[in-house]
Structures are given as C-alpha cells and as structure tokens.
Design a binder for this molecule. Structure first.
Ligand SMILES: Nc1ncnc2c1ncn2[C@@H]1O[C@H](COP(=O)(O)OP(=O)(O)OP(=O)(O)O)[C@@H](O)[C@H]1O
Ligand SMILES: [Mg+2]
Length: 254
C-alpha cells in the first residue's frame, strides 16, 4: 500500500492557484526529496498532506485513508521553527509539544498539550525515547537556548517523532546549518528511514540526492518525478550544481 497517494491535487490561497493537478505516490519507506524554487508550493504541499490546508480539487490518501484527522501517523518538522531562545524552555518541554497520546491507549487529555506541567511519566519516557533516537538524550534538561542550530533541529525532529509516526515530513530541516551539520541530519534521517517513510523539502540538492530514492520538483505543477537510476547519474557528477543544471541533467520528465 502507498504511504501517501495524491491524485489530481489543486490548491488555492484565495484567488491564487498554488498547486495544480499534482499526482504523486509515496511508497512505504521511500525517502522522497521535494525540490523547487521559492514560492513553488512545496510547504503548501506538505500542509495539504497534513490536512492543515484543504485542497480545492483532488484527493490525498495516507495509508489508504482520506481526510485523515489524526496527526499520529505523520510527524512534521515545519519550516523556520525558530524558537524564541530568550524563552526559558527546556529541550524536553519542546519535545513534549509533539506528544499525542499514542504511547498509552488513552485518547484525550494530552492531545495538543504544550507543556509538560501535567505530563504523565509515560509521556516523559516517550519524549526521552525520541531524544535518544536523535542522539540528544543527554540534553533533555538543558535550556533550548544553549543548543546549536543543528542540535536544535534534532530536537525538532525528536518532537515530530514523539507520536511514533509512520511518515515524517520535514520542511527544509537543514537551512542555516553548516555542511557537516547537514550531513549529520541526513545521516539521522537515513537511519530513521529504516522504519519511517521520509519526505523532505530541501534546497541542499547535492546532499539530498545522495540520500533520497525519489525526487520531485514542484513549481506549481509537479515538473518531474524521477527515480534512483537518474539520481545515481547525478550523484556521480563532481561538485555542486544548481537546480537548473540538475533539471537539465535529469531531463524534465513527468
Ligand atoms: N498562508 C498563505 N496565504 C496566502 N498565500 C500563501 C500562504 N502561504 C503561502 N502562500 C503563497 O503560496 C505560494 C507557495 O508558497 P509555499 O510556501 O508553499 O512555497 P515554497 O515552495 O514552500 O517556498 P519556499 O522555498 O520559499 O519555502 C507563494 O506564492 C506564497 O506567497
Ligand atoms: Mg517553504
């Protein structure tokens, strides 16, 4: 079964058409990279998958189900998650924000909870488990302000993992992180990809292509949808290249 199946998706913000007739299937345990220019509709596509934005036309199924109201299946790392670092919040508090109660079978109480003032021990255990998964367990009780950008981004990934999702959507998780930090985030995603389907929006084309098994280019329409053999062709190419060069190398195909 497809993890995500998008058919004939069209989205508007008021009168502005932002996505047009998008068709895309993401298989379970795919590592999909979404690339494209600023304003091309990448973030909108992720928000539509999450159900935050309702499409004008078309359908989105997540593991065969439409109109998914539960966010438990999908973990989300939004674009520009710059926390106000003057706010004296601890790493564990940030991770707890992502908690939906899947560790116990009780619905309700902890849904959309923002702080762990009333957290139950198993919720704290869940948060610590997520931090361990991203290699940040030792930082749980440190203030978020004391972390580097790359470490903070790992914490945001831990927050998204808190509900034990089957799919992880990440919107430019390595912007403002140096080359080494980028690689370490992608290595983490590669490890998570052993059991989670990954969809990542990125402008780090040269790096992302080493990790992704599928790439789509979104500029209102889905410009190409390319598979491993062509990615290999590109990653053999030495050095960095821009999006236009990449499209020329892959060939614009749908
Ligand atoms: N909440 C909103 N209300 C109205 N228009 C919006 C809203 N969010 C995005 N847009 C518009 O929709 C278009 C697509 O935006 P989107 O954020 O999806 O692009 P993007 O590909 O993620 O860009 P970037 O690479 O800069 O993050 C842009 O023209 C943007 O101005
Ligand atoms: Mg965006």
């Amino acid at each position: 079964m497809d993890a995500i199946s998008i058919k004939n998706l069209t989205c508007f913000y008021d009168e502005q058409k932002v996505l047009e007739d998008i068709n895309l299937d993401v298989k379970e345990r795919d590592f999909l990279a979404i690339i494209g220019p600023n304003g091309g509709g990448k973030s909108t596509l992720l928000k539509t998958i999450l159900g935050i934005i309702t499409p004008k036309k078309g359908s989105i199924k997540v593991f065969g189900k439409e109109n998914l109201k539960s966010l438990e299946m999908i973990g989300y790392v939004p674009q520009n998650t710059n926390i106000n670092i003057d706010f004296p919040i601890r790493v564990i508090d940030v991770v707890m924000m992502g908690h939906v109660d899947t560790c116990s079978h009780q619905e309700s109480v902890s849904k959309n909870k923002f702080f762990n003032i009333f957290s139950k021990p198993h919720e704290i255990q869940c948060a610590l488990g997520s931090l361990k998964e991203v290699g940040m367990e030792a930082y749980a009780y440190k203030k978020i302000a004391t972390l580097s950008g790359g470490q903070r981004q790992r914490v945001m990934i831990a927050r998204a993992l808190c509900s034990n999702p089957k799919i992880l959507l990440l919107d430019e998780p390595t912007s403002n992180i140096d080359a080494e930090g980028q690689r370490s985030i992608y290595e983490l995603l590669k490890k998570l990809n052993e059991h989670i389907t990954i969809v990542v929006v990125s402008h780090d084309i040269s790096v992302i292509l080493e990790y992704a098994n599928k790439v789509v280019h979104i500029n209102k329409r889905l410009v190409f949808h390319d598979m491993q053999k062509n990615i290999n062709k590109v990653t053999k190419h030495e050095g960095h290249f821009c999006e236009v060069e990449l499209m020329q190398m892959l060939g614009s195909q749908k």
